[in-house]
Design a protein around this ligand. Structure first.
Ligand code: GLA
Length: 685
């Protein structure tokens, strides 16, 4: 049976973004739609923060303006992604329901004045959400312009107040059944924390010293589940009205991680994400790929939607760098190549005032006579030219990958705890580093949930997953038994799902697979490094971590050179049945990590997209399609590249059999039915 996400298939890529007409007089709407048509925009996300405009007083509704907006867009050929406005309850709601405002861990109750200010467990909030969603769904649910429902916006407001405490207790009762079991899981014999009455169990509020890590982790699990329940309620209200449009909510990657995305994705018809580059420079391109691969994987390889990316610049610190038009196009193509059905932006028109006045828009403050707007017109033309690539294949994933990286929010949450053996352990950077190395080496990559079926992969990477449950371990065992390769990083598999350390030598969950045990942990201070020698590829430099590894059958490929661990095993390989388990006991720097992983990939039989690594700074992705595949070639480098193979560029109609030149910071999208016979080389500038 096709997954629900597969329902989302469009015959062209969506292009557009957040549209906030309530900020502008009506004559501007008409100018907006004329400009949208000029740029080829075909999708507008409307209503994201419109609650106060739709319901200015409790029970008083004003839909007239939205009716007109939808009609103006529809008449202009622009589809509507209609948001439910529940991320921002209006001021009257606070006065009527002060208890529905969130409380921080320090006991301070927030008030309105910004956005995202709600206590998700408060009955009044949930009732109000269902009510406004019901009215929207009844009114617009079968409108021909409706492309999708965008429920809420970036769920993620946590609450430590009384409503949350009651819901947390109910959640814990479902998970553990009895207080005895909760006491066991939370290890409450430590520091006199044993609970004798459910009423004593609280969210992890501000306390004197370190909080109980199992309680903190459970609170994060609970908060994700509670927000998911709120999403389900809205989805069910929408479906009950008979609206057939797919339902999504936008995840936020990668800095913000309050949701357990695998369980959320299973409830959505379409997985979507807001993705902002975390850095300027070429590493931004590896970051776009990371966000895209994660999101596609959350949706089990089906089409997904890039709901937001920055149009030119953002007001958020760290994301303020201006994106040039060519970068906007290359980034958009990277998301599309990796499975997005569209390139949507935050936002259509830069606001005149408010907290995000300095956030760029497709139409900037300077207006449509600008370089950046001309860039968006060019993007529109590119998307029209490559429209055929939007049609997904009848079955199978959009991108075929031989390599998977295990990813789970709990790995991140567990590693966020204070008082781990090192303060430098960083889940997201470690996983990102593994993905970046594979990007640089030219491999397609999926992410997989611990415990998921891994049979389609030749190589599985576990860069960081402190706690692993029994099912996750069984899947890794099966993977190796079937001849797969596994690569594991430090501080992985040390604990079970309750964060209880498995005794007998680290990593207790994986010792039998790796053929070793770790006797001592030697975390490094910031700035310190270790050298590994012996694998034949030259010295490998690592940071953050080292440890005393005792092989129990594993072959030692490289040993520590110098320091306390001089001569001790550092990099190992262990045959398990038909498979091989690789282990690295430090966090390698970028270049040695790429070297090690390239060797591991080759041993596992994984193939790079082109059959060989692409030139430096060149990204090549194969997106499978209905009648043919499409090879997206994105030249992020400063030198021209020649790509050669059995395909035709949709943008220039040039055949690539004898070589196609892709300019510096340029792109090509090649229709092909052949997987083999492709190569790319850098040319002299
Ligand atoms: C988020 C939100 C948007 C906007 C942008 C700014 O992704 O969804 O409403 O605030 O950030 O970058």
């Amino acid at each position: 049976m096709p997954s629900p996400a597969r329902r989302f298939s469009t015959d062209r890529f969506l292009f557009g973004g957040d549209y906030n007409p309530e900020q502008w007089p009506e004559e501007v709407w008409h100018e907006d739609v004329a400009l949208m048509r000029r740029a080829g925009v075909n999708a507008a996300t409307v209503g994201v923060f419109s609650w106060a405009a739709l319901e200015p007083a409790e029970g008083v509704y004003e839909f007239g303006w939205l009716d007109r907006v939808v009609e103006v867009l529809h008449a202009g050929g622009v589809g509507v992604v209609l948001a439910t406005p529940t991320a921002s309850p209006p001021p009257w709601f606070t006065r009527a329901h002060p208890d529905a405002m969130p409380v921080g861990p320090d006991g301070v109750r927030l008030s309105h004045g910004s956005r995202d200010t709600y206590a998700v467990s408060a009955p009044a909030y949930r009732d109000a959400c269902r009510e406004i969603v019901q009215r929207l769904a009844e009114r617009y649910g079968s409108h021909p312009a409706l492309l999708a429902w965008h429920v809420h916006n970036e769920y993620g407001t946590l609450d430590w107040g009384e409503h949350a405490a009651a819901a947390f207790r109910r959640w814990l009762q479902r998970r553990y059944g009895t207080l005895t079991e909760l006491n066991r899981a939370w290890y409450t014999s430590f520091w006199s924390q044993r609970y004798g009455d459910w009423e004593d169990v609280l969210p992890p509020r501000a306390t004197q010293y370190l909080a109980n890590p199992a309680q903190v982790l459970d609170f994060k699990r609970f908060s994700s589940d509670e927000m998911l329940q709120a999403l389900r309620e809205q989805r069910d209200v929408i479906r009950a009205t008979g609206s057939a449009a797919p339902v999504t909510t936008n995840f936020m990657l990668p800095t913000w991680n309050h949701l357990e995305q695998w369980s959320w994705s299973a409830e959505l018809d379409l997985v979507s994400v807001d993705h902002y580059l975390d850095t300027v420079g070429p590493d931004g391109e590896t970051h776009a790929a990371y966000g895209a691969d994660l999101t596609r994987s959350f949706g089990q390889g089906d089409p997904w939607l890039l709901m937001e990316q920055s149009s030119t610049s953002s007001t958020v610190p760290g994301r303020r760098a201006h994106k040039s038009p060519d970068r906007v196009i290359r980034n958009s193509l990277s998301y599309l190549a990796r499975g997005s059905q569209g390139a949507l932006f935050f936002q259509w028109r830069a606001p005149a005032a408010g907290s995000e006045a300095w956030h760029g828009g497709i139409v900037p403050h300077t207006g449509a006579g600008s370089r950046s707007f001309r860039g968006f017109e060019q993007l529109g033309a590119v998307l029209t030219a490559i429209a055929e690539a939007a049609e997904p294949p009848a079955e199978g994933p959009l991108v075929e990958a031989d390599v998977a990286v295990l990813w789970h929010a709990e790995g991140w949450w567990a590693t966020d705890a204070p008082q781990l053996p090192s303060d430098l352990l960083d889940y997201s950077s470690t996983v990102r580093a593994a993905h970046r190395a594979l990007w640089q080496a030219g491999y397609a990559v999926d992410f997989a949930a611990p415990g998921a079926d891994l049979s389609r992969y030749r190589l599985v990477l576990v860069p960081s997953m402190f706690a692993l449950d029994g099912q996750a371990v069984r899947r890794l065992e099966e993977h190796l038994a079937a001849g797969g390769h596994l690569a594991v990083w430090p501080f992985t598999g040390y604990a079970d799902e309750d964060l209880h350390v498995v005794p007998g030598g680290y990593p207790g969950r994986l010792r039998h697979l790796l053929g070793l045990h770790v006797e001592e942990l030697h975390p490094l201070a910031a700035g310190d490094e270790v050298l590994l020698e012996g694998d034949g590829t030259g010295p490998l430099r690592g940071r953050v971590w080292s440890e005393l590894v005792v092989p129990d059958g594993a072959e030692v490929l490289a040993a520590y050179a110098g320091g306390d661990l001089d001569g001790e095993a550092a990099l190992t390989r262990h045959r398990v049945g038909a498979g091989v388990a690789h282990y690295v006991s430090t966090f390698l720097d970028e270049e040695p990590l790429r070297r090690w992983l390239t060797a591991v990939c080759a041993q596992s039989g994984a193939r790079p997209v082109l059959g060989a690594p692409a030139p430096e700074g060149v990204e090549v992705v194969r997106r499978r399609g209905a009648r043919a595949d499409h090879l997206f070639v994105l030249n992020h480098s400063g030198v021209p590249v020649r790509v050669t193979g059995p395909g035709t560029d949709l943008l220039t109609s040039s055949a690539a059999d004898a070589g196609l030149r892709v300019e510096p910071r340029g792109w090509a999208v090649l229709r092909t039915t052949e997987r083999d016979g492709w190569s790319a080389e850098a040319l002299e500038a």
